[in-house]
Ligand binder design. Structure first.
Ligand code: SAH
Length: 388
């Protein structure tokens, strides 16, 4: 275990239980962190917290306990069991795909567990939690009892700031249910851990208002919004994405849910170009869903990202029928909900269309956000209705 002594005056965030220690707050280090464990001490040498050590990250430690408890297999079991209990309380019926452990939100900084039916995927997001792999795996097997446990280690890549590579060597399509609908997660080569579980509640809302309507699903990935719309009685749904693999999974999703598969409903294109073409053709849609990837991954990207969100929203708004809906999302944690609202407002001015904000939604209840670490909140989903 390594001991990290904080600089005088840099203790406040740890004493407020914030789980991140930035390398700039550390005055000196003592010992060996090769077991991934760090003890954080104030400048007078009093122990404050214990956590996972990531020497190459700006966040040099992520804290798991503030009461002297060692981060060991017992603590992992306890935290996983608490996370599992919460899921029992909040998950809807006929839902076997969910986020079972949400990093800081479940007091397990640097660990995600997603469950897809019989398979659990544990993702180790930091170098520190990668070092704890064996004990974390053991605890995950005990608490979640999956038929198969897939481990994704992305910590070292993230710490180096490199793009997390998709591994494609063992593609296994894993079936699961979301609100009774059938989906397939591509757990090894897919994006994230195979499926965008965070949008479940927005998909349920879409389903409840889609009856008889047309749905344009922009940045569709595997078309989960479209499937939810069709399940709610939409008369047509079109997926637009730049990835062939995502669109072929989207076709498979229609098939397994008993909807017809028409080639014209899957458009491989850059959404910006596709939208310009549709706007020029004066297309009209009852519901447009716009769920792009994070345009801002670091602070320096923010102004360019803001322009991107404004452009895509202006174009999407121009396609919405009077009285129709735009569900517009941003999963950039760096972009606040207020700033996103301003961007969307500017887009509506540019589009010359009045919209009202009917609901602001985030990730589902299986993505808790710790009050100690508000940075865990990232997804914004605004339900906008066109007025006039
Ligand atoms: N709405 C999806 C998740 C979207 S993830 C769901 O609920 O499952 C973002 C998607 O945008 C990815 O599938 C990615 O392939 C796609 N993408 C990224 N940039 C794009 C672009 N410029 N044009 C079209 N698709 C893009």
């Amino acid at each position: 275990m390594i001991r990290l002594f904080l600089k005088p005056g840099r203790e406040a965030s740890v004493s407020r239980r914030h789980p991140w220690v930035f390398s700039g707050a550390v005055a000196s280090r003592e010992g060996d962190g090769s077991d991934g464990r760090a003890e954080v001490l104030d400048s007078a040498g009093n122990s404050m917290a214990l956590g996972a050590y990531s020497p190459h990250s700006q966040i040099v430690a992520r804290l798991w306990s503030f009461d002297g408890r060692a981060p060991d297999v017992d603590l992992f079991r306890e935290r996983f069991a608490a996370a599992r209990r919460l899921r029992f309380e909040v998950l809807p019926a006929e839902t076997t795909g969910y986020r079972a452990v949400n990093s800081e939100g479940d007091r397990c900084p640097g660990v995600l567990v997603d469950v897809f039916g019989e398979v659990a995927v544990i993702e180790l997001l930091t170098e520190g939690t990668e070092r704890w792999r064996e004990d974390l795996e053991l605890a995950a097997r005990e608490i979640f009892t999956p038929g198969r446990l897939v481990v994704r280690q992305t910590g070292a890549e993230r710490d180096r700031g490199s793009k997390v590579s998709a591994r494609s060597e063992d593609f296994t399509p894993v079936p699961f249910l979301e609100n009774g609908l059938r989906f397939i997660a591509d757990v090894s080569s897919g994006q994230k851990t195979g499926f965008y579980l965070d949008q479940r509640e927005n998909r349920a809302r879409l389903r409840s208002l889609a009856g008889g309507k047309s749905v344009l699903d922009l940045f569709s990935y595997s078309g989960a919004f479209s499937i939810s719309g069709l399940a709610g009685g939409a008369r047509r749904a079109v997926d637009v994405d730049s990835s062939d693999a995502a669109l072929s999974l989207a076709g498979e999703h229609r098939r397994v849910n008993g909807f017809p598969v028409e080639a014209a409903d899957f458009v491989r294109a850059d959404v910006f170009e596709d939208l310009r073409r549709r706007a020029a053709a004066r297309e009209v849609w009852d519901i447009v869903v716009c769920d792009p990837p994070a345009f801002a991954k670091k602070r320096g990207d923010l102004s360019r990202a803001a322009r991107g969100y404004q452009d895509v929203n202006r174009l999407a708004m121009s396609l919405v029928a009077p009285g129709g809906w735009l569900l517009t999302c941003s999963c950039s944690g760096l972009l606040s909900s207020d700033l996103f609202q301003k961007i969307v407002f500017s887009a509506s001015l540019e589009a010359g269309r009045p919209f009202a904000l009917v609901a602001r939604r985030g990730a589902g209840a299986d993505h808790p956000v710790s009050l100690d670490c508000p940075e865990g909140e990232y997804l914004k989903g605004f339900w906008l209705v066109r007025q006039g």
